[in-house]
Design a protein around this ligand. Structure first.
Ligand SMILES: NC(=O)c1ccc[n+]([C@@H]2O[C@H](COP(=O)([O-])OP(=O)(O)OC[C@H]3O[C@@H](n4cnc5c(N)ncnc54)[C@H](O)[C@@H]3O)[C@@H](O)[C@H]2O)c1
Length: 328
């Protein structure tokens, strides 16, 4: 029996596959490689290049492999781009997601682990954020994810499709083999590392007038290895007959943009000029998870998510791949 991993050639997907294979799991990957990297995966892994919205292809994969579950990472992830081109986001993340889930139901797959996001909460009034906090996304990306959560809930009620929707906060860090290489890159840590390598003249800091101690936004960074481990636990929860659920994945501790830059300066020993720019529309001041529900339900604890370990691992990967996977 195999696990279908959609978006498995992407950042979090490739790390999760590394951990799944180490546990001896059978994995089949579906990725259109619009943003993923085939070289991030072992050459001999069953790999289908195509869209999750291609119903014939999904049906063929289900026919060729006995699928027992799906870990669904595939999505477009750029918040800013989703504001400029919402149709692309709703079509890709929600439209293709509907097709994928329809074919999985048809194929008898009843376990799904879904990549959701802290973006479903929008600009939260209360910190830390619990799963019960008010959900009102501030951009089409967040809405496309909240839509998929609603779909999964309805499919559980109607078709017995059990799921765990994992709401990640800020994924960061790397393993020895797999790291973060988004093009374009909108995430802070890889951009500060690129500035450390002289690939950007300076790191752009969007706003320093937020109601936070140093005026820059605060985020909850979670090591990609801890995220990957949570997927495996979520799958085990479903395999042992557990109910569907929504879980925050964060540490419960936040760092400001300036604190992250300071940490990268310490780890890399490089001077990194920072340039203050106007705040971006819709950037909340603070996003910090209350991760206690994941701890209770899955027995999951972030093990390597202190900021220094995150930055260290990302820097080591970046030094080996200065231009990302293209140069590897
Ligand atoms: N990176 C983060 O900090 C973060 C935070 C919250 C949630 N997430 C979610 O986690 C998931 C993975 O994020 P990531 O950082 O690894 O992104 P990524 O862009 O590296 O990976 C996504 C992968 O999905 C593939 N893909 C996209 N649309 C597809 C489609 N229609 N059909 C087939 N393949 C498709 C892309 O080619 C890519 O390989 C996403 O769903 C994202 O929304 C990420």
């Amino acid at each position: 029996m195999a696990i279908l991993v959609t978006g498995g050639a992407g950042y979090i997907g490739s790390v999760t596959i590394e951990l799944l294979l180490a546990k001896g799991e059978q994995v089949v990957v579906l990725d259109d490689l619009a943003h993923g990297h085939r070289v991030a995966l072992p050459a001999d892994i069953p790999f289908y290049q195509g869209k999750i919205g291609d119903r014939e292809l999904v049906a063929r994969i289900a026919h060729e492999h006995a699928l027992e579950s799906c870990i669904h990472f595939a999505a477009l992830i750029e918040v800013g781009e989703s504001v400029i081109d919402p149709a692309r986001y709703f079509e890709n993340n929600a439209g293709h997601g509907i097709a994928l889930m329809g074919e999985l139901v048809r194929a008898g797959v009843r376990r799904v682990v879904f990549s959701s996001t802290a973006a479903v909460y929008g600009d939260p009034e209360v910190i830390p954020i619990t799963e019960r906090s008010w959900k009102w996304p501030k951009n089409p990306y967040g809405w496309s994810k909240l839509f998929m959560e609603q779909l999964l809930q309805a499919y559980d009620t109607a078709y017995g499709m059990k799921f765990v929707a994992l709401r990640y906060f800020n994924a960061a860090g790397a393993t020895a083999n797999c790291g973060e290489d988004h093009k374009p890159e909108s995430h802070l840590i890889p951009n500060v590392l690129a500035a450390a390598l002289g690939q950007h003249r300076a790191i752009r800091v969007f706003g320093n007038n937020y109601p936070t101690p140093d005026g820059t936004p605060i985020r909850d960074y979670i090591h990609v290895v801890d995220l990957a481990a949570a997927h495996i636990r979520a799958l085990e929860h479903l395999r042992s007959g557990g109910q569907s659920d929504f879980l925050n994945l964060g540490t419960g501790r936040g760092y400001s943009v300036l604190e992250v830059i300071k940490c990268v300066r310490e780890v890399t020993g490089r001077e990194i000029p920072a340039q203050i720019e106007p705040p971006r529309a819709g950037d909340p001041a603070r996003l910090i998870a209350d991760p206690s529900r994941a701890r209770t339900l899955l027995g999951w604890e972030p093990a390597v998510s202190d900021l220094r370990s995150i930055v260290n691992s990302a820097w080591e990967w970046r030094l080996r791949h200065p231009s990302g996977y293209a140069e590897s």
